[in-house]
Design a protein around this ligand. Structure first.
Ligand code: PLP
Length: 378
């Protein structure tokens, strides 16, 4: 069997162990310490954000966001349908109801038109949604200007799920800094990894200070353990944060490498009319191209997504269909949704290609061989 080519693998920079050693030397083996502070500062500087709290996971950051915004059981929360389930699951943790919004064709992210339709419809039913969670999928910025202005107009707080979009920008401004709260993930397959981890980003220092309080069991100031709020154990460990500090040193390089992957695929697909390579709609959008993705038109191509996926699998190369929209998932099928078929079409015809920042020339040659096989047969 040939060596496996992963879709998105961890890629260490080299200094991660140095920071982990310093945690051991200082005996900071805890969910606080110099690496947590250092990692938060690195993120703040990189994003140009006012405040960042490092947490145990992106999912925890989304859950805390909803708690911080006062979302309660029975409330409605609007969210992108075309996403990973971790965007929407936390809504149900507090007993609130997800209302799912379909994508538009330019960025594959939340449609501003459908968002406004949904808000008007809910208001006309006497229900005001408590928050909006917009996702920047595969690193591509959503139409965040329009979405933020709708959120403002209707006075609904905006949470940006930028789990896949660290290093991406819209009109030069870092994703994660447009909403009331932004969330990041450092899971093993993201553009940088801490093995597992996340962060909460905001311009509102008070919200982040409350996030730090709630994420460390919400202990009141008293010599004994006293609690007047329900707390969580969501803070990032000082060991894990050490990996993050090392990874921040190479983040810009990782963005450049992922963007080079996109260019590599562009070289092949520019001659294939039946395939759309997912690309920035204009120079306002700067994607980290976390994953390079394509849409195949099966009628024109004489082949389809599944044939291509299986051809890659045969060569021990990992690819994956695009996210299955949440309104099509057994767990969220019953939820209210505002859809026009865009995400369903993407799911049926789209594929994520191997996009690791450490993709070798040898791997690229194996990938090209499969692409040539599948697309020149027809
Ligand atoms: C990875 C991811 C998350 C969850 O982040 P974790 O750190 O794995 O909990 C949330 N939303 C999206 C879009 C993601 O890709």
């Amino acid at each position: 069997m040939k060596e496996k080519i992963w879709m998105s693998s961890p890629h260490l920079g080299g200094n991660e162990l140095k920071y982990i050693h310093s945690a051991f030397e200082g005996n900071w083996i805890a969910p606080l310490g110099p690496n947590v502070d250092g990692f938060e500062n690195d993120l703040k500087t990189y994003l140009g954000a006012k405040e960042v709290a490092a947490l145990s996971a992106g999912t925890a950051a989304i859950h805390l966001s909803l708690v911080l915004l006062g979302v309660q059981a029975g409330d409605e929360v609007l969210a992108s349908s075309f996403t990973f389930s971790a965007t929407v699951n936390p809504i149900t943790y507090i007993g609130a109801k997800p209302v799912l919004i379909d994508s538009e064709k330019d960025t594959w992210n939340m449609s501003p038109e459908l968002l406004e339709t949904a808000i008007k419809d809910r208001l006309s039913n006497g229900i005001k949604p408590k928050a909006i969670i917009v996702v920047h999928l595969y690193g591509m910025p959503a139409k965040i200007d329009q979405i933020a202005s709708i959120a403002n107009r209707y006075d609904i707080p905006l949470i940006e799920d930028a789990a896949e979009a660290l290093g991406s920008r819209y009109k030069g401004k870092a994703l994660g800094t447009f909403g009331k709260l932004g969330i990041l993930s450092f899971n093993g397959n993201k553009i940088i990894t801490t093995s597992g981890g996340g962060a909460l980003v905001s311009e509102d220092a008070e919200l982040i200070s409350k996030a730090r309080f709630l994420s460390t069991q919400a202990r009141d100031t008293a010599p004994h353990y006293q609690h007047s709020h329900i707390g969580f154990n969501y803070r990032m460990s000082n060991i894990v944060a050490g990996i993050g500090r090392g990874q921040m040193e190479v983040l810009d390089l990782r963005v450049a490498q992922r963007r080079a992957n996109h260019q590599f695929y562009e070289g092949f697909f520019k001659q294939i009319e039946s395939v759309e390579l997912f690309s920035e709609p204009s120079t306002d959008y700067f994607s980290n191209y976390w994953l390079t993705t394509i849409i195949i038109n099966p009628e024109k191509a004489g082949t389809n997504r599944e044939t291509l996926r299986l051809a890659f699998e045969q060569e021990n190369i990992e690819t994956r269909p695009l996210w299955k929209p949440m309104h099509m998932q057994p767990i969220f099928h019953h939820c209210l949704s505002y859809t026009d078929g865009t995400a369903e079409h993407l799911f049926e015809n789209g594929l994520c290609l191997p996009s690791s920042s450490n993709l070798t020339d040898e791997s690229k040659a194996r990938i090209l061989k499969v692409l040539n096989q599948v697309f020149t047969k027809h």
